[in-house]
Design a binder for this molecule. Structure first.
Ligand SMILES: Cc1ncc(COP(=O)(O)O)c(C=O)c1O
Length: 495
């Protein structure tokens, strides 16, 4: 990161200075809190003392003393011959990122398969929609009736049923991403598509660029294929989370990642939507540095206020298709995750390569589920319209309940998706998750959404439950927060 970029992040760093506090203490404290909430990614190379001092307009000694403190506390470390890099100390709140509660590791009396919306345990760890019962039942009945016409074949079509691929291609084309069915492969959910792409394009030791924060499944996948995450911190635009194209381009140039994974629409967990010009700039940067992009569009259709710009993949096509952009999607967020139907759209040659590798794995997607999906696609506009109204109402309800019960928390309104990305005002996310579990609320801590233990100051709160359940959850969260004495906690000050 350049000195200008870090100085921008440090804007107002003296504001919290208490009387008599030395400049270097305040500077170190601000850098520590930037790291704790993820605005400054762990593993970032920081500018030299001289450069940062010039950018901040302070003496070099102030920055040198601040860096010394940060090295002592484990927030910076020097690599011989390659400068000074950000880190999180093993004993800092980062350690709590290994807390047993994760979105994917249910604990305590939470029963997998049973969605606890009742008085015992309230599940706020998962941000997934409720199944539209009537539409699912109807699509299921139709699919069963259609199945006999498929029984004469083997059912082994690695790319998926032609009717489903046509339906997916038509839907993507309608959104502005012109797609032909032979550019589509049906998968067992979007995450399966990501795993297939990673297997084809990423080798052990490769780097994969990720937004910071991001979807935990993406972080897990990068680790699973023994690749190294290159986190690029989300920036801010007009007071809302957004993408820092400069930082992304710098990471592409310096790290030569094998892949960039991005969620351009209703980013999980921030809810951010990439602007049209950022989409074009990201595609241009990826083209310049030869980095293929996987854009995860599975939340794209879940806009609650207004639709966003065309899919990111459309910008690659407009730019001449030089950057391989693989678009993934699924019915998990528009209909139901248990359906396990997703897809990838990729350039034909790449798609064939990925399909060839897949055939040694799961061979093909189940035919019956694909028939259910074909039938659901016919009603998708209606299903999604109903969901949008319901989740917009629940989002507003949860924000109002939080504002009344926990006014020190800051929960910006996302324009889509299923969750709030709450700033707790203090780095207590992991502690809160533990306290909330004692009050019967199952949560995912902020650090689960980043690498290196960042986001201790954040919490993802889904608004997928009924308004009654949300009210109950907020009351329990307020009790848990009180029990922590969290109101008295302050941002970590390096002493
Ligand atoms: C951003 C994102 N991508 C992918 C997935 C997984 O999608 P699927 O159920 O289609 O595998 C999720 C689920 O939470 C998600 O939030």
């Amino acid at each position: 990161m350049g000195a200008g970029g870090l100085a921008r992040l440090l804007t107002g760093w003296r504001d919290g200075t208490v009387r008599g506090e030395a400049g270097h203490t305040a500077l170190a404290a601000r850098i520590t809190s930037l790291l704790a909430d993820g605005r400054l990614a762990v593993g970032t190379r920081v500018p030299s003392e001289r450069e940062l001092a010039a950018a901040l307009g302070v003496g070099r000694g102030t920055v040198a003393a601040a860096y010394d403190r940060l090295r002592e506390s484990g927030h910076l470390h020097r690599r011989r011959g390659s400068g000074t890099w950000t880190a999180l100390p093993a004993t800092a709140p980062a350690a709590a990122s290994t807390a047993p509660v994760t979105p994917f590791a249910p604990m305590g009396d939470w029963v997998p398969g049973r969605r606890p919306d009742g008085p015992e345990v309230i599940d706020l760890a998962h941000a997934a929609p409720w199944a539209p019962m009537e539409a699912m039942a109807e699509a299921g009945a139709r699919a069963l009736a259609e199945l006999p016409t498929h029984l004469a074949g083997t059912g082994y079509d690695v790319l998926g049923l032609p009717a489903l691929r046509e339906g997916i291609a038509a839907r993507l084309s309608d959104q502005g991403l012109h797609t032909s069915p032979d550019e589509v492969m049906v998968t067992a959910g979007a995450q399966h598509a990501h795993a297939l792409v990673a297997r084809a394009l990423v080798r052990p030791g490769d780097r994969v660029l990720l937004e910071q924060p991001t979807y935990p499944g993406a972080i897990d996948l990068v680790r699973h294929v023994s690749a190294r995450p290159v986190p690029v911190a989300m920036g801010e635009r007009d007071g809302r989370p957004g993408w820092d194209v400069e930082a992304m381009a710098a990471a592409m140039r310096a790290g030569a990642p094998a892949l960039a994974y991005l969620v351009a629409d209703h980013q999980n967990p921030t809810g951010a939507v990439m602007s049209a010009e950022t989409r074009a700039a990201v595609v241009a940067a990826a083209g310049r540095h030869g980095v293929p992009i996987v854009v995860d569009d599975c939340l794209r259709e879940m806009w609650l206020d207004a639709p966003g710009p065309p899919p990111l993949g459309a910008y690659a096509a407009a730019a001449g298709g030089g950057t391989p952009v693989i678009t993934t999607g699924s019915l998990s967020k528009t209909v139901w995750g248990g359906l396990r139907i997703g897809w990838m759209r990729a350039p034909r040659t790449l798609l064939r390569r990925i399909a060839a590798a897949r055939s040694s794995d799961d061979i093909a997607t189940p035919v019956l589920e694909q028939l259910v999906a074909v039938n659901l696609l016919g009603r998708l506009d209606e299903i999604v319209a109903t969901s949008r109204r319901m989740y917009a109402h629940r989002r507003d309800h949860l924000r109002a309940a939080l504002a009344a019960a926990l006014p020190e928390w800051h929960a910006p309104s996302p324009s889509g998706g299923f969750s709030l990305w709450v700033d707790l005002g203090a780095p207590r996310s992991s502690a809160l998750v533990e306290a909330a579990a004692r009050h019967g609320v199952h949560l995912a801590a902020g650090p689960r959404f980043g690498t290196g233990g960042a986001f201790e100051q954040h919490l993802r709160l889904p608004y997928t439950l009924s308004t009654d359940a949300l009210d109950d959850a907020v009351a329990r969260l307020a009790d848990a927060w009180d029990a922590l004495g969290a109101g008295t906690a302050t941002l970590t000050t390096v002493v």
